[in-house]
Design a protein around this ligand. Structure first.
Ligand code: PRX
Length: 649
């Protein structure tokens, strides 16, 4: 959980911000009665589902056999049809769907009609390669429009996509492909990040060597990368997308999918070394991402909406692709880093494209704060009317800075709590209704029921966050592992979902999320399991044992601290520490690179041999040591603490 200092700051935070007058009077939701109306939650969600296009209406809204839910039972629909075709009948067809900006400055704009043609074309390419309904397709791409076409194409033909973040290593990609037994991999020659080319196809080649299920690799030419094609195209297996695309039509009939057919799998870190394939289905997922996009972001036809997440994370799935497109929005997609070529890049994009709704993560906000007000100050941010944040708790100072400097003190801020598993926003202000408090995600979205419970399941004012009834976009299982699904999320209390976060409630009844209570870290808004990093470390031949904990970091929220015991005869030098950092980055991806590595002869263990991570967390945070009485050898931890502190001086 968060450190005590941050907690203290939250407890004394009592500023409140009413929805700005001009905003509230025009807001999509302006009446707090929506919360009461949603008490009949099945009815509430059914009204939202009715706003989508169904080939066949559902027979029953919900079938709940805990912990398994079916939503809109018997209904048939297609997600791509809802995100594109549905808008083509009216004035929406010529509305801009995507505005893409590459890191190197190029720009592409597509109308909904263009997007429909591109998704149709990609769908026919996949069909020609033999992809059928239910087949799994892995997507390992940069942030370019083709990534969106690929996702929509899968949805159109009923294939299940598994998008793997382009920053993941070949090993991480291979593990995910193998777990899903994907048959086709869609990648690109490369993409740009901070002025450098990320060699996606080269990584993909390395991964695919270990992936017997892959029959075809489709390679999109990012454009402008002709000098970076240092890979070979394997005959029969690898295909340039533009060559395949030139041979097919751009019209492809949408598959009529059952509401409970799989839409996608998305891997996320848990408390074991093996990432979990979170399964999302069709009807309920689309209903909730659509409802929350409309109401939480107050989306209107003339908005220019920009969510800065990468499409490789759930935020990109739900709030770059499926939510906004199902609502007919104009969506900005940017390929690269916020500080390239300088630290004003995001604000330049906001000014150039007239962004009105901006959704980002606290880690980015803290970095902007650190870079200084002069960067946003140099651009006209006057069109912004709503700001959002997601991914980790936002500290009140960062919230206030966002409000004042980016929002010009006139934009409501929606602090949205949700997870890969929840699929869509669960706890959030409604911008036309809620008085916000800096640092609080406020209250459960209408129709959602959240509680704070003790270990025993009793209601408390500070404890575990719990979701006490099913919701449409909930994960349905972990791919291929029902038991892990039941065990991870549903075994703490009967029929109640356990998200793994701690939270408290204030006098207004608002919820304050305090962070993870399990062995999952949140580094710069990315979930990383301590076990994954530990497994990567012990794979190195010099390492005997490793324990990983999070430590507070001013920008990233948390950083990784690793305590490492070496094999006999190995020397814990700075060079070896650097090598281990690089090893972890290669094994998982650069986001998992440990910040601190401390070599130690021993790790603090209980008498039964369990590593006491809590004590390591105390050491990394520079806190007084907690209870050490259960340790096999209390001297170990004292020595470690002294070693760690000596290192920091
Ligand atoms: O700890 C919570 C934190 O991020 C976790 C979910 O991570 P992930 O599945 O990667 O999804 C991130 C984007 C939806 C949660 O268990 N978290 C997410 N949003 C917030 C948050 N913590 C506090 N406040 C939030 N708004």
């Amino acid at each position: 959980m968060s450190d005590p200092v941050a907690l203290e700051a939250l407890l004394t935070e009592d500023r409140r911000f009413a929805p700005p007058e001009g905003f509230a009077s025009r807001a999509f939701v302006a009446d707090p009665a929506i919360y009461d109306e949603a008490e009949d939650f099945e009815e509430f969600w059914a009204r939202w589902a009715e706003k989508l296009h169904w080939f066949r209406r559902w027979d029953r809204v919900l079938e709940w056999t805990p912990p398994y839910a079916k939503w809109f039972v018997g209904g048939r629909l297609n997600v791509c049809y809802n995100c594109v075709d549905r808008h083509l009948d009216g004035p929406g067809k010529d509305r801009t769907a995507l505005i893409w900006e590459g890191e190197t400055g190029e720009r592409r704009e597509l109308t909904y009609r263009d997007l429909g043609a591109e998704a149709g074309r990609f769908a026919n390419v996949l069909k020609d390669l033999g992809v059928r309904k239910g087949d799994r397709v892995a997507i390992y791409m940069p942030m370019i429009p083709e990534t969106v076409y690929a996702m929509l194409a899968c949805a159109r033909i009923g294939a299940v996509h598994s998008v793997v973040f382009g920053g993941f290593s070949p090993d991480s990609l291979a593990d995910r492909i193998n777990d899903a037994r994907a048959e086709v991999l869609i990648t690109a020659d490369g993409g740009y990040r901070r002025g450098r080319v990320v060699p996606l196809k080269r990584n993909a080649d390395e991964a695919v060597q270990r992936c017997p299920s892959i029959r075809h690799v489709v390679v999109v030419a990012r454009g402008g990368l002709d000098l970076h094609r240092d890979f070979t195209m394997v005959q029969g297996r690898d295909h340039w997308y533009h060559e395949l695309a030139s041979r097919v039509s751009d019209r492809c009939p949408p598959e009529e999918m059952d509401a409970e057919d799989l839409l996608y799998i998305l891997y996320t870190s848990g408390t074991t070394g093996k990432p979990k394939g979170v399964v999302h289905t069709t009807g309920g997922y689309l209903t909730q991402v659509h409802a929350t996009t409309r109401t939480v972001f107050d989306l209107r036809d003339d908005d220019v909406y920009w969510c800065t997440a990468d499409v490789g994370w759930v935020t990109g799935h739900s709030y770059i692709v499926y939510g906004p497109l199902s609502a007919g929005a104009t969506v900005v997609i940017y390929e690269g880093a916020p500080d390239w070529p300088d630290k004003g890049r995001f604000w330049k994009i906001c000014e150039d494209l007239g962004v009105t709704i901006f959704y980002t993560a606290p880690t980015a906000i803290r970095a902007f704060m650190q870079w200084g007000d002069r960067w946003p100050g140099a651009y006209d941010l006057g069109r912004l009317r709503l700001l959002g944040t997601v991914g980790e708790p936002i500290n009140p100072e960062a919230w206030m800075w966002y409000h004042r400097v980016i929002g010009g003190a006139r934009c409501p801020i929606v602090d949205t709590w949700w997870q890969t598993e929840t699929g869509a926003i669960m706890i959030t202000p409604l911008p036309g209704v809620t008085h916000t408090r800096p640092g609080s995600a406020c209250r459960a979205f209408p129709g959602i029921q959240a509680a704070l419970l003790s270990e025993a399941g009793d209601p408390v004012d500070a404890g575990y966050l719990a979701i006490t009834r099913p919701w449409p976009s909930m994960l349905r299982t972990i791919y291929g592992d029902d038991e892990r699904y039941r065990e991870t999320y549903w075994s703490k209390w009967d029929g109640v979902y356990f998200p793994g976060d701690g939270a408290k409630r204030d006098d207004d009844g608002y919820l304050w999320i305090l962070g993870r209570v399990d062995d999952v870290l949140n580094v710069a808004g990315h979930r990383i399991g301590t076990m994954e990093v530990e497994s990567a470390l012990v794979e190195h031949s010099a390492v005997a044992e490793a324990a990983v904990v999070g430590k507070a970091h001013p920008v990233k929220g948390q950083a990784i601290a690793a305590f490492v015991t070496l094999m006999q005869g190995m020397d814990g030098s700075d060079a070896l520490a650097d090598e281990l950092r690089a090893h972890v980055a290669r094994a998982i991806g650069p986001i998992a690179r440990p910040e601190d590595i401390l070599f130690t002869a021993d790790l603090p263990k209980t008498r039964s041999g369990k590593i006491m991570r809590r004590l390591l967390g105390d050491i990394a945070a520079g806190r007084a040591l907690g209870d050490t009485t259960t340790l096999a050898d209390p001297a170990v931890v004292q020595e470690l603490k002294e070693g760690y502190e000596a290192r920091e001086e």
